[in-house]
Design a protein around this ligand. Structure first.
Ligand code: TMP
Length: 229
């Protein structure tokens, strides 16, 4: 597949986005409580209604190996893992997701909508978790062979709005202290400035219909650009 190259100002790594005909790789990312999963489901349905073939995945997860790693990472009664082991399990799940789901779909000209991707690791395990983000970018580059989504939508959410949406039982990472969650929210904002791919901030404090309209408009614009390329 033909690719476009992108430079990461932090590390000098060369990233690329796919130019596969029609196939577009879209990522919704952001702090917990931004409404990401609901928005990803609505986006998938709307694109399918428009006649596009869409593969919807979540990271971590989306494969047999990924689902097991997801339980190890997120179940509240799971085994302990040190920060690097945790980071590498997220990467292992992602490598499998790319091999089994994302790459075959893009190569077949399908769209992929992923609920989270590498940016989450840079923020959760890096900026909030204490591992040098440059190291995570390097491991992430090895994990993805340098593939970036064509568009990352960062759903930015305030503490108040996030807390009001997180009524359900919290997983292992969502249960970390508020100082960690605040570092995650700030981390997503600061990571945008030197993100090595196309990224747009979406204000997720707005009502869900407006958030969705804003997401859809960005995606339709990216699809139009992609089909012209
Ligand atoms: P979610 O699928 O409900 O968003 O839950 C995934 C949780 O895992 C969420 O709290 C964010 C966290 N996470 C990381 O810490 N690092 C990662 O690389 C990814 C993808 C998720």
């Amino acid at each position: 597949m033909g690719d476009s190259s992108l430079q990461n100002p932090n590390s000098g790594l060369i990233w690329r986005t796919t130019n596969a005909p029609e196939g577009l790789f879209i990522c919704l990312d952001g702090p917990d409580g931004a409404g990401k999963s609901t928005q990803a489901a609505s986006l998938t349905q709307t694109l399918r209604d428009q006649g596009l073939e869409v593969v919807a995945v979540r990271d971590p997860g989306g494969t047999a190996l990924g689902d097991r790693l997801r339980s190890l990472l997120l179940d509240r009664d799971s085994v302990e893992s040190c920060p690097r082991a945790e980071m590498l399990m997220f990467m292992a799940s992602r490598a499998q997701l790319l091999a089994e789901q994302v790459m075959p779909a893009l190569e077949a000209g399908k769209c992929v909508v992923t609920d989270r991707f590498l940016l989450s690791t840079v923020v959760y395990q890096g900026l909030a978790g204490g591992i040098d983000p440059a190291e995570i970018w390097r491991v992430g580059h090895a994990t993805t062979s340098g593939l970036m989504p064509n568009l990352t939508l960062m759903l930015d959410v305030s503490r108040e709005a996030a807390e009001s949406r997180m009524e359900r039982t919290r997983d292992r990472i969502e249960s970390r202290p508020e100082s960690y969650q605040e570092a995650v929210r700030q981390g997503f904002r600061s990571a945008m400035s030197d993100f090595p791919g196309p990224i747009t901030r979406i204000n997720a404090d707005l009502d869900p219909d407006t958030v969705f309209a804003n997401i859809l408009s960005e995606v339709l614009h990216a699809l139009a650009e992609h089909s012209r390329a």
